[in-house]
Each structure stands twice: as structure tokens, then as C-alpha cells.
Design a protein. Structure first.
Length: 299
């Protein structure tokens, strides 16, 4: 974010013209209307940001497993056009909507930037996931909603302080974040949305989950003891397609996870823990963490 601020200071004011503001981002500099009205978002993180800042997108992509908007955001949405999956947004539909701002990420949409920027001014973050807080600041700048973003940041920091205090009262239990897919089970590391969020709020992680990187993938129940931690938080992706952890529950290795030394197991909602990657999802996660810590039994 500091690099983007420096770039902005170096741009001559005349370059922006009278009707737009220059906004540096991962693919260059885009000139954005002072108050964008027709905003299109290309991933769930951008959708979360726009709604958190009190705006309504005209179009958005949907999670690939569901073909619909994230459950926790659905009731906040006015009629919003579905652009398909984040990896392959429907460009023809997007162009027909005549947006005045497009938000996405270089990681997922960088290859589409020439097309996107020909449709409307486009702002892309460098990454997704662990960069969620920096992305909020970038998109708030593009949307000219910095004040709302600052108020949200203050609320978040207060919630983090409350969580830290509660975790201390519970003797700092280690928290393991586990997601069951169809073909493997993920243990989330520091360079993930949830890993970064928990780190920001001082939540202790098992040693194996303190490493850099996105996630460790487990494919055999032989590795079940790697589901370590005082608290095990388990989400399941697209359960209707099958969940590997449920098959593991019928193996002889499941008893190892249920041993007295194992952590306390809690189910968490995949929609905001894994698909949200934005500020509203972050606060919902902190609400969940608070309830888990309150119910956690210290031996």
C-alpha cells in the first residue's frame, strides 16, 4: 500500500483530468470517476468489500461450486447480474452492463486486463487471501470510500483486542483451521485469508500451521494426527459432492483424532471462513472465534 501511495504522489495532477482520480494498482494506473455508480466485481473478496462499504455492485462472479452468491452476503444484494465463475468471467455480459469501475485481482484476472480496461477503468489488487486488509484499502480508495474503510478498521481492531483478551483468559489455546474438500484436506497456513486474520488478532496456531505458504494438503487418513491443535475448526466445501473427512470418519484412523489428547472439534461455515476473503467475512469469523473460545474447556 505504501508503494501505491508513493506512486500516486508522483502522478501529475493534470494527468488525471477534471473528471477522474488516478488510482495506481497492480497493473498500472486507472483514472476513476469521483463517485463510481456502476461497479462490477470479479471475485467474492471484492464483492465483500463493496457491500461492506455500503455500495451495490451491478454485477459479480459467483463461487464455482455453487453458481450463486455467498450465503452470508446474499440478503445484502440488490439485483446483481451473475458473471459466472471468478476464473472466467463472462466478458460479453460485463460489457453490456456498461460499468464505470471493475474490481479484481492480478492473480486471477491479470491476463484479462487489456479486455477489462477496454470495457471500463479497472483496478486489480496484486493478490487475494492474505492481502485482504490491504485490498480493502486499495478498493476503498478506488471507490472513494476511505472514511468508511477507516471506521471499519477501528471496529476490527477493537474486536481483535476483545479476542486477544478472551484467548489469554483461556490460556492461549492453539487453533487449527481445517477444510475438507472432495480429494484432500487442507490445513491453512499464514499466507491464507484465515491464517493472516488469526495472526492479526493474536490467535496461537499449532507449530505445523505457523509456516509460510497457503495450505498443507492431506490425502491419506494415515496423516490424521496432523490435524493438531487445542481447538480444531472444520469447514467442508460443497458437501453435496462428498467430503473426504466424512470418509475418514469411517476409517480406523479416526479414533486417533478422538483420543483424549486431541483438540476440541468445532464445525465452521465454509461460506465466510473460506469463500468470503473480505472485511464482513472477517468480522463474522471473529464472532465465531469468540463463541468457540467462550465454550472451550481449559483442562
Amino acid at each position: 500500500m505504501a508503494r501505491l501511495l508513493l506512486l500516486l504522489l508522483l502522478i501529475p495532477l493534470a494527468a488525471a483530468g477534471a473528471d477522474c482520480r488516478p488510482v495506481p494498482h497492480a497493473m498500472g494506473v486507472s483514472c476513476i470517476a469521483d463517485q463510481p455508480q456502476r461497479i462490477a466485481v470479479l471475485d467474492s473478496g471484492e464483492l465483500d468489500v463493496v457491500l461492506t462499504l455500503g455500495l451495490q455492485p451491478v454485477a459479480a462472479t459467483t463461487p464455482s461450486h455453487a453458481g450463486q452468491f455467498p450465503v452470508y452476503l446474499r440478503d445484502q444484494l440488490a439485483p446483481t447480474v451473475d458473471l459466472g465463475v471468478p476464473q472466467e468471467p463472462d466478458m460479453e455480459r460485463l460489457a453490456a452492463l456498461k460499468p464505470d469501475l471493475i474490481l479484481g485481482s492480478k492473480l486471477r484476472h491479470g491476463r484479462y486486463y487489456p479486455i477489462l480496461s477496454s470495457i471500463a477503468p479497472t483496478v486489480l489488487s496484486e493478490r487475494i487471501g492474505a492481502s485482504w486488509a490491504e485490498n480493502l484499502q486499495l478498493f476503498a480508495w478506488a471507490l472513494n470510500q476511505q472514511d468508511r474503510a477507516r471506521r471499519w478498521q477501528q471496529q476490527f481492531e477493537q474486536r481483535c483486542a476483545d479476542i486477544r483478551q478472551l484467548a489469554q483468559q483461556k490460556q492461549q489455546p492453539t487453533v487449527s483451521v481445517v477444510r475438507s474438500m472432495q480429494s484432500h484436506i487442507r490445513l491453512y497456513l499464514q499466507d491464507s485469508f484465515v491464517g493472516n486474520l488469526l495472526q492479526r488478532c493474536g490467535i496461537s496456531r499449532p507449530l505445523a500451521q505457523q509456516a509460510t505458504g497457503f495450505a498443507v494438503r492431506l490425502r491419506s487418513p494415515v496423516a490424521i494426527k496432523q490435524l493438531d491443535g487445542d481447538i480444531l475448526l472444520l469447514s467442508e466445501y460443497a458437501v453435496e459432492r462428498g467430503s473426504l473427512i466424512r470418509r475418514w470418519q469411517h476409517s480406523g484412523f479416526w479414533s486417533l483424532l478422538q483420543a483424549p489428547a486431541s483438540g476440541q472439534l468445532y464445525s465452521i461455515e465454509d461460506s465466510w471462513w473460506m469463500l468470503g476473503i473480505g472485511p464482513t467475512a472477517a468480522l463474522r469469523i471473529l464472532d465465531d472465534i469468540e463463541q468457540v473460545l467462550i465454550s472451550y474447556d481449559v483442562d
